[in-house]
Design a protein around this ligand. Structure first.
Ligand code: ADP
Length: 275
């Protein structure tokens, strides 16, 4: 660990969300194939409201695919995903048959989910603040001035309040990623998906991005699914860690157990390689 890196406040350890009540996310018998290759094979798991879950596991184990399925960036080959009890892309009809939902129905639920990618993916033809205003105006129909005020507040929150009028490419990678986080938050998502959001950054820029995310974890009840190689961060902010291998959950538990006392040989081996 770099002693020069500014210390970020430790988040308050909130208990895992109550296991009763409606789960925010349900994966039911989820199958994902690419061509003939089955990447996820009847995967089942739930995520509670407000819960923060980190997905770990070797490259190719299906972690990103899970986030992309939730974001409806990939088609579900079989099975169901539910958000707050509502089907995301496919539903069972009255006779129990699996049917695809209409695009309008999909987008209604999909709006409640935000995602931040490894490669920030900011709109290159817009200023920083326009990036953050775009979806609230065009997807939510927020009046421009209201969207601008919200965007300004979020840029302040990620420490970039004075950079709104600049072109994104003038910013460092870490700053661009903080804009991408602000952009996702501008939609006031119930679920935030974070896919290796610090992996493309120079090491000295990682701390600020993680600091912003710790802040979000600490001060909101947004349900979060994270894929990250930042194990200390995962340990600090998540309620639960799921270890994947070959598209299956090998082991899951609270971070202290998974990182401190893993049961499965596969998990031990993975953690020895990355820690
Ligand atoms: P992880 O995030 O754990 O590294 P991924 O979800 O990215 O794993 O990938 C799981 C598997 O799916 C890998 O074998 C990968 O090669 C494959 N895969 C992912 N996306 C595609 C795609 N668009 N076409 C074909 N195979 C893919």
């Amino acid at each position: 660990k770099d002693p020069e890196r500014p210390a970020v406040p430790e988040p308050a350890k909130s208990p895992p969300a109550a296991p009763n009540g409606q789960p925010r996310i349900v994966f039911e018998d989820v199958v994902k194939r690419f061509g003939k290759v089955s990447v996820l094979n009847e995967l089942n798991f739930n995520v509670a409201k407000g819960e923060r879950v980190t997905l770990i596991g070797p490259s190719g184990s299906g972690k990103t695919t899970i986030l992309r399925l939730l974001m409806t960036l990939e088609d579900l080959s079989d099975g169901y995903i539910f958000v707050d009890g509502e089907p995301l892309t496919h539903a069972k009809n009255a006779s129990g048959k699996r049917v695809a939902l209409k695009p309008k129905e999909v987008s209604r639920i999909r709006k409640r989910i935000g995602m931040v990618f490894q490669q920030f993916n900011l709109f290159p033809n817009m200023s920083v603040i326009e990036n953050v205003m775009e979806a609230p105006v065009h997807v939510l129909g927020l009046p421009k001035e209201e969207a601008r005020a919200r965007a300004q507040g979020l840029l302040d929150q990620v420490g970039l309040g004075n950079r709104g009028d600049e072109h994104p490419t003038r910013l460092s990678g870490g700053q661009q990623q903080r804009v991408a986080i602000a952009r996702a938050l501008a939609m006031e998502p119930e679920i935030l998906l974070l896919d290796e959001v610090t992996s493309a950054l120079d090491p000295e820029l990682v701390g600020d991005v993680l600091g912003v995310l710790r802040d979000v974890a600490e001060n909101t009840d947004i349900t979060m699914l994270l894929v990250t190689h930042e194990m200390q961060f995962a340990r600090d902010v998540s309620h639960r860690v799921m270890m994947f291998d070959g598209g299956r959950i090998v082991e899951e538990g609270v971070p202290d157990q998974i990182f401190g006392n893993p049961r499965e040989e596969r998990t031990k081996k993975f953690l020895r390689a990355v820690l």
